[in-house]
Design a protein around this ligand. Sequence first.
Ligand code: ADP
Ligand code: ZN
Ligand code: ZN
Length: 808
Amino acid sequence: MPEGAYLYCDVSLPVPIDQAFTYSLPETLRHRVKPGSRVWVPFGQRKLTGVVLQCHDERPAVAAREALRLIDAEPVLGPDLLALGRWIAGYYCAPLGEVLRGMLPLAAEIRRGKVWSLTDAGRDAARQLLLDSAPDDPVAQVLRMLEKRPLSAAYLAKALPLADKVVRSLERKGFIAAEQVQTERDPLKAPAERLRVELSGKEPGDIKLNKAERELRAFLELHPGSHNLKDLEAMVRNASPAARALGRKGLVKLAAETLTMTVGPIRARHTLNNTQQAAFELIADSIRAARFQTFLLHGVTGSGKTEVYLNAIEATLEEGRSALLLVPEIALTPAVAGQFFARFGDRVAILHSAFTDVERSEQWRRIRSGAARVVVGTRSGVFAPVQNLGLIVVDEEHDGSYKQEETPRYNGRDVAIVRAQAANACVVLGSATPSLESRYNAEKGKYTLLELPGRIEERPMPSVELIDMRQEFLETRKQATFSRKLLEAIGQRLENGEQTIVLLNRRGFSSFVACRACGERIQCINCSLTLTYHKRDRRLLCHYCGYAEKVPSCCPKCVSEHIYFLGLGSERVEEELHQAFPTARIARLDRDTVTGKRQYETILQDFREGNYDLLVGTQMIAKGHDIPNVTLVGVVSADVGLGMPDFRAAERTFQLLTQVAGRAGRGSVPGIVLVQTINPDHYAVRLAAAQDYAAFYDKELHFRRMMHYPPFSAMANVLVRSEKQEMAMRMSSELGVLLTPPPEKLRVMGPAEAPVPRLKAEYRYQFLVKAASRKALNELLQCVRAFAFRNKWPATALVIDVDPLTLM
Ligand code: ADP
Ligand code: ZN
Ligand code: ZN
């Protein structure tokens, strides 16, 4: 047998079973299948795509079925990423197959844009076959066509009615192989904001043009060069259809814009100030030494962390290595991307979950080939196939969106550190409000702490004032949404032409609908949660499962007509602001107004450009934006998150308030922040107002230590769920028996009803496990999984969440 050819391969499949499956390799695949390649294999009655873990010649005990097809000519996961996948599967107690599937952005591309070409074996065979066979033999025809050049599956199918079948058999024989190539999308179909238009140079001659087409041509003649079509729409009537029509006639050139051009304003490059420089030098030393080291860059809002990242990335490139920057889901805006393009040009690749599969796989390929050496991505960007990794930056490292809330429940920040360690790369975790865990790690010397204690150019931190809404009520005798002080401050901003951000971290209009007669609160039929009233949609909505119903005219329980709405959401805040300031231009940013990423960017961009006076929204508006004209931030209620049955409620409130306060006064005019609350004495609220991270950290750490919460324990949430309540109860009590008494070094609380006992039509019971040792925790969880497997629990019945961020 030739070198590197094997009889079998072990394949990890996306099924909730913890084992690899052995398949035999047909002769044609033996030397082509490698670890990290995807293969298509039979599994039960189905056919699945899996990732090859290893190839070998060891005959398995039971006869192996044959692998059907190799999907990638080159492995999609290198040894480093395969190892990372294994680590995730072990640490987060998740099936490896599901982990690996989640690491690949290319799930959808198997059928897309495939181009066939002859393999070496195919070339030999073609020569022979073409001599022997009749000219109209379909196999010979396909081979002959492919001998000249690689062809797309679609092209072959059009040319030959039987091509599909022939191609499959040739592939099985190993005579042809597919390359995945990027199919050029028809630019005529791209949306206006992604199209650039310019005159083609061709003269219309006798070609008939309608009015819009003539106008557009005239405009382009007056303004030579290429223009964004969306911008043209603002200047020329019907520019979009006209441009497309002219494009079809060959009179203009239309090109789909690459991401490089859809970026926001580009900030000037700054010379680092002293503290930035000091932080940068320590990071750069570590990069130059190719040493694994984790830095925590703790810099207040507006301290210029981004500039430090940019310089660190530059230093990485100078060393001939690549850099990865992770940002929270919502923070990856054109404004952020713009700075990276400005600095690093086409060496940048952007990975974002809102991109289409085609866009993502295109970026993925550029990274893999080494063409893109600076990668900016959200959580799953941590799996980008970056070559020769030298630096990973995790911006806003405390952000909850780094944690995936479905299997595998990994935290991208923590995975980044593990990946960097294996690559001898450097990690920079940046935040104005580091998570307790990270700051604690810095304290313990595990991370190196770098501090940027002041804002750029000695701009003052915004001054924060708490407004006690209980006092306000006593004085005004009114249950008002806005205090007098906040209204007055907004009015002043409107007069001065300055901008205001108003935060209420709860969407919808009213958060409850209740009956005055019987006290009933209307609940979701699938979840033990109340429904939220959405006025614009005239619906009651469940924010957890998406269930919607019409607003009832009477109580579903007692048929009383006296139903009322209570609790405040961002939709109502917007409406009340319109009433209070009828001429103000107000935009709202929350999950109801933003359905796509581009919409989010449009609203923010419009606000940045001064097209709105006020921006109302949920936590979406608190993240990272740098809008100099914002001089007032109002928080309608600081109390929204405090009542959550979750040990991180205080930390999350502190972070949100500090972050949103940090949006004020980033320009030359100082900013103020008004925070309305009925808990002015709560330490999270009080210390956020004082912008005193250190004091908050001490107090919170003390609480965590007392309660054995992270960082003083390794924690996991084990959830047992079923649509049938008896079943959920039975499973949880069985598990309760297994876990009593808990092994040494472990505390187990439960089984108990989960804080949300019923969610998405499932009944839920939970165990909280706290461990003094990470190893003991992992052993216990593996044992729980084995138990569920032995007892044939349904695959979805057991959820294990290691290092959970929420306990709902
Ligand atoms: P952070 O992320 O720490 O909140 P940013 O990185 O957004 O802060 O920086 C805040 C502002 O300061 C930005 O407008 C940035 O361009 C500017 N800036 C950063 N570094 C410098 C510097 N050394 N000199 C002048 N301006 C700077
Ligand atoms: Zn009632
Ligand atoms: Zn629901």
